[in-house]
Write a protein that binds this ligand. Structure first.
Ligand code: ATP
Length: 773
């Protein structure tokens, strides 16, 4: 066969980065493709999409196409994968990979970014391992010449994990898993209402052949009564155990029963546990009217959640950087996330560890299987157990270690506040503590004491809080008022009800309240108790954490609003929406929403808005619409934080854009306002609320038995729980207040997300703004 023609010149050529999606589709894959394409172009490389996964690589030709900036427009909000995916048997065999290698060289591709599950990443690594041999064979078979293969002696492979199962080890989340979890939670929440009405039981099967992440997290977020996951099968007599737990829940007043079964569920002898087996047990042994719901492919579909849009974007950006950083010696990386930090991990090790989970399960070594999943997985599993089962005698603390723990909500409602409270109540029950709701925040407490029927102080029973896992708002009532309104009365109420510890859920006001109580310890002994604040605010502006519960719910509401605006412009085209976001003095919400919807520009209080800046962006808009060849089928979005400027409101900015665009483009403004608080909390807010709620209570109970003065002396007795980079930490309030807080602007001094503004600009093609500050 005559040697194939390869485009020249290859030496000194621009790098060509290929991107493909493979295996099962996952929401967010398109965001990854968009980020890879645009970042590659930004760094002066050429980007190629390989259609239909490895099938496209093996077939070559038109299946491998150059991608330009405009080709990925609108990708972020689309579910599935727009460049297609397939299961490709040929690629599993060496001849298929030989053909793939040849096609890559023909197209001049020297780096591949693969977004897929562990199978796809294994295939990628095999290709890289064999690469030199494949090239040699291509020359030997005279399909290519020495000359032609010369510029391609090293192949760079970077993996992105796109999988709804979240089954890859070494990463906390895979692209798609939180969107899929959202689909499951929507379904379970819907089933919940009918189950409650008819007092029925529902057995819900969710995806996960080898990984129970979806089942576990669905259990945590919906407060399911029982779950079955492959990594940690139930006890030998699970049939009796499950029926006992469920009967107990019913006896305590629950009107419905939800059991979640992972596809790959089995008992400790690896005998399959099917939803129908569970249904028969619930019907015959527990006497419940039981139905089975299999969610199936619904779980894969739909638009990606805010988190998946952000994760896929940031990981796509990191993948291109990893390609450019790679040397011939660098092991292939897979891009992971640990808590809030994007990291690179060795691809081979991550795959090996993932495979070991399956091996451990097969060997019935379930402790090992749990160990091999991430630490976070085991923590969620424990949190689920503690917050669901009602009888755990081994968990009970001795009398002298049991505490009376006050729970209070402060500030505006945020998604997950109730889930955190439910978790805290359940934890208290399991350990023998008494949870006490301090209704309607500090003003409620103060008025209650003055006999005004406004607030109240009440012990919470398990069944009171049981249904709160998925509820938005604040069931115990929240208020912005601070204890400084009447510290004396607050201290009297604490003493009267013998409050021995305090769990505070809320935003910057809650942070301020805890600071006041901590400082008030000098005068009031009642405040010398362990206090933990769990940050909960849509603004995500609480110092001491990079994530507040409620912020994810807000971002989801906001992207839904923006998607709707954008779509409304699809008929009229050429419309710019100027949308006002909440967030107080912090531009977090605006920036992350901007990243998740591909905003043209984001205006934050941190930078303010100047006339020059508006001029610059209006010029850019003119340019965009001038170049438009009909691709701008939907509207453009500019996000403006509510406090970005006292002068330039969204109405004014929209009017200025409309004026400048006369005849060429138009503009509208939008103020989603309280819509941003969301309705049902997002699964991420719910699960993190549970995890952090349990952790907070564990922290509190470590002070049981200590004297008031000992507590006062310990800086860890007043803390904020939060995520900092790759860790979940308790930070002492005193340090956070002094070193990390900008009190005037009510936000952290160092906002971790500031660096992301650059990424928003880069990916939306906004010209550099440094010159206009
Ligand atoms: P999912 O999580 O949806 O199962 P996956 O990436 O694990 O995603 P697979 O079907 O296992 O899905 O793999 C997708 C494709 O990757 C396969 O069709 C095949 O082309 C390639 N692939 C998988 N495993 C290998 C392997 N061991 N060697 C070469 N190629 C492989």
């Amino acid at each position: 066969m005559a040697p194939t023609t390869v485009p020249t010149p290859l030496a000194g050529k621009k790098r060509r980065i290929g991107v493909l999606t493979s295996g099962g589709d996952a929401p967010g894959m398109n965001g990854a493709v968009r980020a890879v394409v645009r970042m590659a172009i930004h760094y002066g490389c050429e980007a190629y999409a390989i259609y239909e996964g490895y099938d496209g690589l093996v077939k070559g030709g038109d299946m491998i196409k150059e991608m330009h900036w405009e080709d990925v427009r609108g990708f972020l909000s689309e579910g599935g994968t727009l460049i297609g995916t397939a299961r490709c048997a040929e690629f599993r065999e060496r001849p298929g990979r030989l053909q793939a290698a040849k096609n890559m060289i023909i197209k001049g591709i020297d780096a591949l970014v693969i977004c897929g599950g562990d199978g796809s990443l294994t295939g990628a690594d095999t290709l890289r391992a064999e690469w030199q041999g494949l090239l040699k064979e291509l020359v030997e078979k005279k399909e290519l010449t020495e000359e032609q293969i010369k510029p391609f002696t090293h192949l760079n492979i970077v993996g992105l994990v796109g999988s709804i199962d979240n089954d890859l080890s070494m990463t906390d989340a895979t692209i798609g898993c939180y969107s899929s979890l959202a689909r499951i939670c929507e379904a379970v929440d819907s089933v919940d209402t009918t189950a409650t009405s008819h007092q029925r039981a529902f057995v819900i099967e969710v995806m996960g052949r080898h990984c129970g992440w979806l089942a576990l997290m669905a259990g945590v977020s919906t407060g399911a009564d029982f779950i079955f996951i492959p990594e940690e099968p139930p006890s030998e007599n699970w049939q009796e155990e499950m029926c006992h737990v469920i009967k107990k829940h019913r006896a305590m007043g629950k009107r419905k029963t939800i059991v979640i079964v992972a596809e790959g569920a089995h008992d400790r002898e690896l005998n399959k546990i099917t939803p129908n087996m569970v249904k028969d047990l619930l019907t015959n042994q527990a006497g419940l009217d039981t139905r089975v719901t299999t969610l199936g492919h619904v779980q894969r579909g739909g638009t990606p959640s805010a988190y998946d849009r952000m994760l896929s974007t940031l990981q796509g950006v990191e993948a291109v950087r990893a390609v450019l950083d790679a040397t011939p010696e660098t092991p292939s990386p897979v891009i992971c996330i640990i808590e809030n930090k994007i990291v690179r991990r060795p691809l081979l090790e991550a795959i090996a560890q993932t495979k070991e989970v399956a091996t451990a399960i097969e060997a019935k070594d379930f402790d090992r299987a749990m160990e091999l999943r991430d630490a976070e997985f085991a923590e969620y599993y424990r949190a689920y157990g503690i917050t669901t089962s009602t009888e755990q005698p081994h968990m009970l603390l001795p009398e002298e270690k049991r505490m009376r723990i006050g729970i209070i909500h402060v500030g505006a409602p945020a998604g997950g506040m109730n889930a955190a409270t439910r978790a805290a109540v359940a934890y208290c029950m399991a350990r023998g503590h008494t949870p006490i709701a301090l209704h309607n925040g500090f003003p409620g407490l103060i008025r209650h004491h003055s006999d005004v029927p406004y607030g109240s102080v009440r012990e919470i029973q398990w069944v009171d809080a049981e249904g709160w896992a998925s509820k938005g708002g604040s069931e115990i009532g929240t208020n912005r008022g601070l204890p400084s309104e009447d510290l004396e009365t607050v201290s009297q109420v604490f003493s009267k009800y013998n409050i021995q510890a305090l769990f505070v859920v809320g935003g910057f006001e809650a942070f301020t309240a805890v600071s006041e109580l901590r400082k008030g310890r000098d005068h009031y002994k009642a405040f010398k108790i362990p206090i933990v604040i769990l940050p909960a605010t849509i603004s995500n502006n609480v110092p001491g954490t990079e994530y507040s519960i409620g912020s994810d719910t807000c971002l989801n509401a906001l992207i839904q609003y923006c998607d709707a605006c954008r779509q409304s412009a699809s008929a009229s085209r050429r419309r710019v929406f100027v949308i006002e976001t909440q967030g107080g003095e912090s531009g977090y919400v605006a920036t992350i929403a901007g990243l998740s919807i591909g905003a043209l520009a984001v205006y934050c209080p941190e930078d303010g808005i100047s006339l020059k800046m508006l001029d610059h962006d209006i010029d850019h808009l003119r340019e965009v619409f001038l170049q438009d060849k009909g691709q701008n089928r939907a509207g453009k979005i500019i996000l403006v934080n509510e406090k970005a400027s006292k002068t330039y409101s969204v109405q004014i900015i929209a009017a200025m854009i409309a004026e400048a665009g006369k005849g060429k483009f138009e503009s509208r403004h939008g103020v989603p306002g309280h819509f941003q608080q969301g309705t049902t909390p997002s699964p991420m807010d719910r699960v993190r609320a549970v995890r952090f709620g349990v952790k907070s209570l564990q922290h509190i109970e470590a002070f049981a038995g200590m004297s008031r003065d000992e507590i006062d002396d310990d800086p860890m007795s007043a803390v904020v729980i939060g995520i900092k980079g790759a860790k979940v930490l308790f930070s002492p309030m005193e340090t956070v207040e002094k070193k990390e807080t900008d009190w005037k602007l009510r936000r952290p001094k160092n906002e971790f997300w500031m660096g992301l503004k650059e990424t928003v600009n880069t990916l939306s093609g906004r010209p550099p703004t440094d010159c206009i500050r």
